[in-house]
Ligand binder design. Structure first.
Ligand SMILES: Nc1nc2c(ncn2[C@@H]2O[C@H](COP(=O)(O)OP(=O)(O)OP(=O)(O)O)[C@@H](O)[C@H]2O)c(=O)[nH]1
Length: 427
């Protein structure tokens, strides 16, 4: 889409600091917007903010500020103005009319980055759908939005007819995309059902963008996935298999990073990621312990999890990048107890995390004790891999293995064994 920030474009960022925010929050959010611009490939030339109770309904910033932005655009020969908020159609239109640079908002910028990062077909369709959903209500009378789509009208009269055609065109494209998505999802549901049969417990990494989720996935599973110091390196869920210390096989998935000010509808567009979150047995919430904004970031993630209906899933909280914490530096996160300090990059305390992962699963499991003939090697192997074995002994006289540990209640072999025990009790 033509609203994108292209590589090496010169960018002016601007924001209204409203009464709802503290100065520190506003400052952090601006810093984040700057990283988003860098991630998108642009260069921030200048920043300007305005303190006012609420954004102006027609121009977002006040009229005087709008003049200042125009002057900055001229001085820096800027290509783009990025506003740290969501512009209403009217605000976008009137700001655009005042400057020669393109005017985009935070949501558009994030969509732009998503568009660049989506790797799978599904990811790409989801981004396009989110972009069109964003654009549709902004079409009315908007010459700019239309020319972005190659429609190029700006006047009323005959233009309105063209507008309707464009609207129908977009609507049709959205219908097509939705149909494609349904097909892909049906296929994934089939795959998921096959996966569920294996019943490996599912851990899902969640966290603020850049917290270190991908690096942690690599550290846990000893593999190399792309970890970048860019926001949203991960858009499509990536799942890997892992053996915990007891030998239990589990799956660990990475997800898209959360970010403040991200409309939930946009997150909701990333259904695949959501399914990984909602289907998890345990979530691992990764926090960047070195971030001065760690507390706000943590809250953002927890609120989003709630909105996504994942508020009830047990969470392990890990404080990452601990090796970079000064010894006397007090981390900015308060209530995350028990806290586990790790360094995903330097492989520190990853074993501890694995132990905690097992302990968390045990809370959802029941104790079992089972005796299996040595001849049933396959069954023995399956139980070792799919339960947490705490004790194992061999009874030579009867040639039977005795295993004790923890398993999910629905575990097929353990449940079957209980049935057999009952039958034996009766006979
Ligand atoms: N100092 C330090 N940096 C780390 C650590 N873990 C990750 N990082 C760095 O943090 C940056 C982000 O890491 P990622 O693993 O891509 O983060 P992410 O949470 O997957 O990011 P998104 O895809 O944006 O959600 C990279 O530059 C990593 O090298 C750590 O333990 N210590």
């Amino acid at each position: 889409m033509a609203w994108r920030v292209r590589a090496l474009e010169r960018v002016i960022v601007t924001a209204v600091i409203s009464e709802k925010e503290t100065e520190a929050e506003a400052y952090a959010s601006m810093e984040e917007l700057k990283s988003l611009v860098t991630t998108a490939g642009g260069t921030v030339m200048a920043t300007t903010v305005q303190n006012r109770p609420t954004p102006d309904v027609s121009t977002y910033v006040g009229k005087g500020k709008a003049d200042e932005i125009e002057a900055l655009v001229d001085t820096w020969e800027a290509d783009v103005v990025v506003v740290n908020g969501e512009l209403s159609p009217r605000q976008g239109q009137s700001l655009s009319a005042r400057t020669s640079a393109r005017v985009i908002d935070r949501t558009q910028l994030i969509l732009d980055i998503f568009a660049d990062r989506a790797q799978t077909k599904e990811g790409r369709i989801q981004v396009e759908l989110a972009q069109l959903t964003y654009l549709l209500p902004r079409l009315r009378g908007q010459g700019h939005a239309l020319s972005r789509l190659g429609g190029g009208i700006g006047t009323r009269g005959p233009g309105e007819t063209k507008l309707e055609t464009d609207r129908r065109h977009i609507q049709r494209r959205m219908d097509e995309l939705k149909k494609d998505l349904r097909r892909i999802r049906k296929h994934r549901t089939t795959l998921r059902k096959q996966k569920e049969k294996q019943k490996d417990p599912q851990f899902t990494l969640v966290g603020y963008t850049n917290a270190g989720k991908t690096t942690l996935l690599n550290a846990l599973t000893n593999e190399e996935a792309l970890a970048e110091d860019l926001l949203f390196a991960t858009l499509d869920p990536l799942t890997r298999a892992l053996r915990l210390p007891s030998g239990l096989g589990v799956r660990v998935s990475d997800t898209v990073g959360f970010i403040r000010g991200l409309p939930t509808t946009l997150i909701a567009a990333f259904r695949a990621t959501l399914e990984e979150v909602a289907g998890a047995d345990v979530l691992i919430h990764v926090i960047d312990a070195t971030s001065p904004e760690a507390e706000v970031e943590k809250q953002t993630v927890m609120e989003l999890l709630d909105e996504l209906g994942a508020g009830e899933i047990p969470v392990i909280t890990v404080m990452n990048k601990a090796e970079s914490l000064d010894r006397d530096m007090v981390p900015a996160v308060s209530a995350a107890r028990p806290r586990l300090y790790i360094s995903a990059r330097e492989d520190k305390n990853i074993d501890d995390l694995q132990t905690v992962m097992e302990e968390e699963l045990i809370k959802q499991m029941s104790f079992y004790s089972i005796s299996i003939p040595a001849s049933e090697g396959r069954r023995l192997y399956a139980i070792r891999k799919s339960t947490i074995v705490r004790e194992e002994s061999f009874d030579e006289e009867n040639e039977r293995y005795k295993l004790q540990g923890y398993a999910f209640d629905h575990h097929p072999q353990i449940a079957a064994n209980k049935e057999n025990d009952k039958k034996e009790d009766h006979s």
